[in-house]
Structures are given as C-alpha cells and as structure tokens.
Ligand binder design. Structure first.
Ligand code: RM4
Ligand code: MN
Ligand code: MN
Length: 383
C-alpha cells in the first residue's frame, strides 16, 4: 500500500495569481465579491488554498499583471504566508506593440522590446527567489501569406537564444505551446514538436511545458508526456480542463480519466515530477473554491496513479495481454481514494474536506468585507 501522506508531501502544486483575480471572456467580465485587489491579496488567496489542501505551497506570478515597486516586499509577503514564489510568467501578448507578435514580430524594434521584457523577468525571478521562466508566446499569423513562416521561426529562435544566454544557472526556461488563439492561421509554437525543437536548439535548461488546454480535440496528451520524459524535456505542466479548446475549466472536471492517465505517466517508475502548475482563469465559478477543488482533483488523480500495480502492468504488457494492462489501470482508477486523502490531508495539518472547510469558514465573508463587493464590467475580457 502506498503511503499517501508521504506522497502528498512530495506533490507540490503551484497556483497562479491570475486565477484569483478578475477574468472573463471577450463578452463580459463578472467581478466577484471579495476578489483580490492586488498581487498581495492574490497571494493571500493562494495561501488559503495551501492551508486547506496542504499541497499548494508555491504561487506562480505573471508580469506585468503582478508588477510591484518593491519585489522584496512581495517575496516576504509570500514567505510570511507560508508560500514560495513559483514560475515567473512573462506577458508578451497585451501591449499594443505586440499586435503582430513579439519575438517573431516583423519589426526589429518590437522584437527588442519583447526580449528586454524577458530579460527583465529574469531579474524579477532572481529577486523573488524563483527558479523558472515560463514562457507562452501568443505569436502567430491570421492569414496565409501574412508573414513568412520560417523567417518568423528564425526571429523567434534568435530572440530566445539571447534570453537563454542571460539565464542564471538556478533558473530554467519552460516553453509552452498552443495550437491556436490568439492567432488563427499559424501559431509560431503550435505543438509539442515545435516546442521540443526549440529546446534542442537552445540548450539543456530549456524544457517543454504542456498545458492540458492547448491541443486539438482527441490528442493523446499522455503519450506526449511519455515522449518528452524519454527525451528529458518535460519541464512542467499547466493543469486545467477543457471541453472545446483552451477553456481553462477546473482541472479534472470534464475529463478526469485523462488526468489520471497523465499522472500514470508522471509517476511511472524512475520519473520525477516536473513543475506542476494550475493555469485556470475562472469566469463564473467562485475562484478560491475552484482552485481548492482543482488541487483536490489533482491529489486524487495523483493518488490513483500511485495505486497502479506497476509490476503486474509490466508483466501484462510483456505477455502481450491486450486488456490485462488496461484492467490494471481501471482497478486503480476505480479505487475510491477520498477517505485516504482526507486522512492524509488532516495529518498534514490541512482540511480533511477542503471544499467543505472553505464553505464552512468565514474566509470569503471576511475578505469580501475587507476588499469590497462586485460590479459587472461590460465587455472585453481583460484580467
Ligand atoms: C495562455 C497560456 C499561458 C497563460 C495565459 C494567460 O493561454 O495558457 O500559460 O499564461 O494564457
Ligand atoms: Mn498555460
Ligand atoms: Mn492557455
């Protein structure tokens, strides 16, 4: 029997500051009562998620959304709340200059600006004690012929080479890919293959980050995970769930079996867990509760994956037993791990039932009183 308590201690989920603040669709943003007004309050919410779940000890930041004058005050605020700073996420998609891209933009001036932002984020990470840059490029084109696909790729690689050369030894660069959006014809880093080739061009401390919402429907994500492990290039995960595209829904809410299969790969013998981060921007659900439920769903998928009888699985696979291995996976998946997890969380000093504990506590009432109420914002889905 696995030691769930020990396993949970090994599981560390980063939650994203941008998952706590205002977010919406391009049609509307619905503000929630008690929404955090700044990054300090976003960190307070992340600390509450960690207090309830016991496995969310780090918070990932996004710049300039989380920009402050005094970075050491931000770092100290996180430490005082029992958190450390996770990955730093640069933002190369909102400045008006980035309309046609950032590091792949046709104009050298804009590429320079983008690289300067990435270099600034390296310094920010150093000051915050963060060990990763997590890069998602929104670069791409909307129409065939709009730009030269290979020139764009070369511009991007040149820019990233400069960034990689400036990366201090304690930091790694994570490269995320996404099939489409905001560009609708050709995204410059559209898939895991393009991301992997980018890593191989740059160097050892660059790895691929897989976001569960960034693939074509039907893609076998667990196989991508396996191949990236085999190449020693799996750097991290962005967890969320999707029905259609990059829907950023609560992880494990739509396709919990896929999440389990991803964890079966992540926990295969000889593998160490990469950086695990939640990347969700909730539109209508209560944000702290959504984050708590996401962490709980990750704990469940992780625990079930650890229950897989690996020796029996290998034996069935080697014997060519088509359904034998499948049934071993189903056995683990069908196990109700909730009582085990409840006990393990309680032993960690967290809540046996984190969602119920949040609902039964005065946390949201208290922060709503402090931070103020909600207004509906018309239009535009900014954060
Ligand atoms: C993107 C991508 C990035 C995230 C932004 C907000 O779709 O998933 O990781 O930082 O959204
Ligand atoms: Mn992401
Ligand atoms: Mn995304």
């Amino acid at each position: 029997m696995i030691d769930i308590e020990q396993a949970l201690r090994a599981l560390e989920i980063e939650t994203p500051t941008w998952g706590y603040g205002d977010s919406g669709t391009r049609f509307a943003t619905f503000q929630q009562p008690g929404r955090p007004r700044d990054v300090f309050e976003r960190i307070d919410d992340a600390a509450e998620v960690h207090r309830l779940t016991g496995t969310a000890p780090a918070v990932a930041l996004h710049f300039p959304w989380d920009r402050v004058d005094d970075l050491s005050a931000l770092r100290e605020h996180a430490y005082a709340r029992g958190l450390r700073i996770g990955a730093v996420n640069p933002n190369l998609f909102q400045d008006p200059d980035y309309k046609l891209g950032s590091v792949a933009h046709p104009e050298e001036r804009v590429r320079r600006k983008a690289v300067d932002h990435l270099l600034e984020c390296i310094d920010v990470a150093r000051e915050l004690g963060s060990t990763a840059q997590s890069l998602w490029l929104a670069d791409g084109t909307n129409y065939p012929g709009q730009d030269d696909l290979i020139e764009r790729r070369r511009r991007m690689l040149d820019a990233l080479r400069e960034v990689y050369a400036a990366l201090p030894s304690e930091q790694e660069l994570l490269v995320e890919y996404k099939l489409f959006e905001p560009a609708f014809y050709a995204t410059d880093l559209a898939d895991w293959g393009s991301a992997l080739l980018t890593c191989q061009r740059l160097g050892d401390r660059v790895r691929v980050l897989v976001d569960l919402g960034h693939h074509a429907p039907g893609t076998n994500i667990e196989q991508i995970v396996a191949v990236l492990y085999d190449e020693d290039r799996l750097g991290g995960f962005h967890f969320n769930n999707r029905k259609y595209a990059d829907d950023d829904l609560i992880v494990g809410s739509v396709n919990p079996f896929e999440l389990f299969l991803v964890f079966v790969e992540l926990t295969a013998p000889g593998r160490t867990l990469p950086r695990l981060t939640i990347d969700q921007a909730h539109n209508v659900e209560a944000k702290v509760e959504a984050m708590v439920l996401s962490v709980v769903n990750l704990q469940e998928a992780y625990a079930k994956a650890l229950l897989v009888d690996r020796a029996a699985l290998t034996a069935a696979q080697r014997a060519g037993d088509v359904l034998g291995g499948h049934e071993i996976l189903l056995d683990a998946y069908r196990t109700d791990v909730r009582p085990l997890l409840a006990a393990a969380r309680a032993a960690l000093g967290a809540a046996d039932d984190p969602v119920a504990a949040l609902r039964g506590s005065d946390y949201m009432g208290r922060v709503s009183a402090e931070r103020g109420g909600a207004e509906a914002l018309a239009g535009g889905g900014g954060r």
